[in-house]
Write a protein that binds this ligand. Structure first.
Ligand SMILES: Nc1nc2c(ncn2[C@@H]2O[C@H](COP(=O)(O)OP(=O)(O)OP(=O)(O)O)[C@@H](O)[C@H]2O)c(=O)[nH]1
Ligand SMILES: [Mg+2]
Length: 247
């Protein structure tokens, strides 16, 4: 089984070396693709150095910051073109522990899963070093999205995932320009709505130690508005998400 681990980066100069090192040690047989949006702090240059030293690591430079969703879609296109069986999403900031990847990938290869989500909000999952307010926003946002979209998934916003590449085919053309949490919600929901099997694997999510978050109030608001609109149109409308939900 061939796996591509996609690592989107924007201003992760302090984090990029350690995370690539940890990924390589956790899943040495997997290829790694860093997708950088011309980070002003030189993350892309460090990525070039890592790629020059390690044939399993590649670097993709994008001309400007265009959001997490766009970076991942380009990474997925590489997975399709390269004939990879599975594709992994992971943050560069160390919040997601690559040591979980062998177990997550095993659920794809030996089990029935099309998508394995590294989940904070199932039994055994947790968050480390998050203030009370952040915890409450993530929990209640996920509960709202689960209810609104009639999903079975507890951590729809999670950014640590392993997909069977075939479960993403077709989605790349239809996914709209969601930026952050919303992109993750949309992808998980589409896999589920298309009849795919989604498994949540409990993880400990650790707050980033270096660099700054790119997720702000605007991205949370985008997610709330879109999830509400999708939920309403899935129930009452004729939009594309209704088709997705009923196909
Ligand atoms: N290429 C690219 N990567 C991005 C962009 N925005 C965020 N990222 C990366 O996507 C990952 C997730 O972003 P974070 O800022 O860590 O978001 P978060 O995990 O919700 O927020 P924190 O908990 O504060 O870390 C990180 O690896 C970022 O560097 C972007 O516009 N382009
Ligand atoms: Mg993060």
């Amino acid at each position: 089984m061939r796996t591509l681990v996609v690592v989107p980066t924007y201003n992760e100069a302090e984090s990029i070396r350690p995370i690539i090192d940890r990924i390589r040690r956790a899943v040495p047989e997997a290829d790694v693709l860093i997708v950088d949006d011309s980070s002003p702090d030189g993350t892309g240059r460090i990525g070039d150095e890592l790629a020059a030293l390690d044939p399993r690591v590649s670097m993709l430079h994008r001309p400007q910051k265009a959001g997490l969703g766009a970076a991942y879609l380009q990474g997925f296109a590489h997975a399709f073109a390269g004939g990879y069986d599975t594709v992994v999403e992971i943050d560069a900031d160390g919040s997601h522990d690559p040591a979980e990847l062998p177990a997550m990938l095993a659920l794809l290869t030996t089990g029935p899963a099309d998508l394995v989500i590294g989940s904070r909000w199932v039994d055994g999952g947790r968050v480390v070093n998050w203030p009370w307010a952040r915890r409450a926003i993530s929990r209640s946002g996920n509960r709202y999205a689960r209810w609104m979209l009639r999903s079975r998934i507890h951590d729809l916003t999670a950014g640590f995932r392993a997909y069977r590449t075939s479960s993403l085919r077709g989605l790349d053309r239809t996914v709209v320009s969601s930026q952050g949490y919303c992109f993750q919600v949309e992808l998980a929901w589409r896999v589920e709505a298309a009849g795919g099997t989604v498994v949540e694997h409990p993880i400990a999510f650790v707050e980033r130690e270096n660099g700054r978050s790119k997720m702000g109030a605007g991205i949370v608001a985008e997610a709330l508005v879109r999830v509400t609109a999708w939920g309403v149109s899935a129930r009452f409308g004729r939009g594309p998400m209704r088709r997705a939900a009923t196909e």
